[in-house]
Structure formats: C-alpha cells, structure tokens
Write a protein that binds this ligand. Structure first.
Ligand code: GTP
Length: 211
C-alpha cells in the first residue's frame, strides 16, 4: 500500500494593497518587521518547518492586488489554504475580500481552508469598524477570524498560521480517506502502486471492450 504523508502546503495571502501581506509573510519567516517593502509585487516564499519526524515545506504566495482576475484565479487553484487579510483601519479593504470570497468558493468550494485576518490592531484609535459592522463581518465570514498587529509582534502571525495549518491538515486527511489526495502530495508513487493502477486500467478496458 502506498504511504501518503503530509509533506507541505501552498498558502496564498490575499488582500488589497497596503493591508500588510508582505509584512505578514516576512514576519512569519524572519520574525522581523521591516516596515517598508516593494509595493504590490508578487512574491513566492519557501519556508521549511521542522516537525517531530522531519520537516515540511511551506510555499507562501504574497499576491499583488493589481493582478488580473485570471491570475488571481490561477493562484486560488494553486493554493491549499488561504489567508484573507484586511486592514482594521481601512473599510474598503474588506470589500475587496468579499469579492475574493465569492471567487474562492466558486473554485475551491465552501470548506476550503481559510482564515480571515484583520491587521494593524496597533492603530486602534484609527479603527474604522464599529462593533455592529464587526458582528456583520462575523456572520459573513463564519470561519476562523483573528485581529492582529504584524507590527507589534510575531504571536498573532503564528496563531493565524497554526490555525490555517490545522485546517489544511484536516483537508489532507479527508482527501486521503476519500482517495482524492492533492495537498502538495508530490511524493513519487511506489512502483507497486503504479503497477496496480495500470493493471486495474487494463481490466477496466478489457471489461468495457466486452460490451
Ligand atoms: N502600523 C502598522 N503598520 C503595518 C502593519 N502591517 C503592515 N504595516 C505597514 O503597512 C504598509 C503596507 O504593508 P505591506 O506589507 O507592504 O502591505 P501589502 O498588503 O503587501 O501591500 P501591497 O504590496 O501594495 O499589496 C507598510 O508601510 C507596513 O509597514 C501593522 O500591523 N501595523
């Protein structure tokens, strides 16, 4: 029997310009907050995460909000899990995510690993969301939701990533049970597995030839 192992995940950061996507990725990987980054540039980061047995590889895609719909859809198809980032001090940034949520659901379905993150909580005095609006947001995004400050420290960023990784692993286990593995399962199949598969195909073909 071929052994299926969780070897990594592809994570996509989505949000409008200036919400802190690059700051989030850089904080997670380096534990640092640098402050100013090249604006609206798409970047792919690779990060090795040690586990009890060995390590897993995370690929983190920092998308550019100016990308075309086709490019963003391609990124969504590529990803295993998604971080939807908005700024707590910019209402318009949640509107962008409402649109992206629809696209995500259309492509990946309702149960896709997703965490909603409100960033820049250190600027609370400039907060744009009322309590009522926050409740509305809770109802619209009924999954995991965090409010963090990437600038203030690494803790929030790690909590978000832990939550997302749990969801991705849950999906991976589900897909193993249903025989539909896709989550970065790039391990080569065993020879025996390939032979079994080819053999099965042959039987099916000769079976359909008969009728
Ligand atoms: N005060 C504060 N500023 C932050 C925080 N996170 C990011 N910023 C700042 O917000 C600005 C935009 O951050 P980026 O990480 O470049 O945002 P982005 O979403 O990657 O933006 P684009 O590349 O234009 O898509 C930068 O000046 C960051 O220093 C935060 O938690 N608090």
């Amino acid at each position: 029997m071929s052994q299926k192992r969780f070897v990594g995940a592809k994570i996509v950061l989505i949000g409008s310009s200036g919400v802190g996507k690059t700051a989030f990725a850089v904080r997670y990987i380096t534990k640092r907050f640098i402050g100013d980054y090249d604006s609206d540039k798409e970047m792919l980061y690779t990060h090795k995460l040690p586990t009890a047995r060995d390590e897993i590889t995370l690929e983190i895609l920092d998308t550019a909000s100016q990308s075309s719909k086709e490019v963003l859809e391609k990124h969504i198809r590529w990803g295993d899990g998604f971080i939807f980032l908005y700024s707590l001090i910019e209402k318009a940034s949640i509107g962008y995510l409402n649109n992206m949520r629809e696209v995500l659901e259309k492509i990946k379905g309702k149960d896709c690993p997703l965490v909603l993150v409100g960033n820049k909580s250190d600027l609370l005095s400039a907060r744009e969301f009322s309590e009522e609006e926050n409740n509305e947001l809770d109802q619209r995004f009924d999954g995991a939701k965090f409010e963090i400050s990437v600038a203030d420290g690494s803790q929030g960023v790690f909590e978000v990533m832990d939550e997302l990784m749990c969801q991705i692993k849950r999906e991976f286990i589900k897909s193993i049970n249903t025989g539909n593995v896709s989550t970065s399962d790039n391990k080569p199949r065993s020879k025996l597995y390939s032979m079994k598969k080819a053999f099965k195909k042959r039987i099916n073909r000769s079976h359909s030839d008969t009728f």
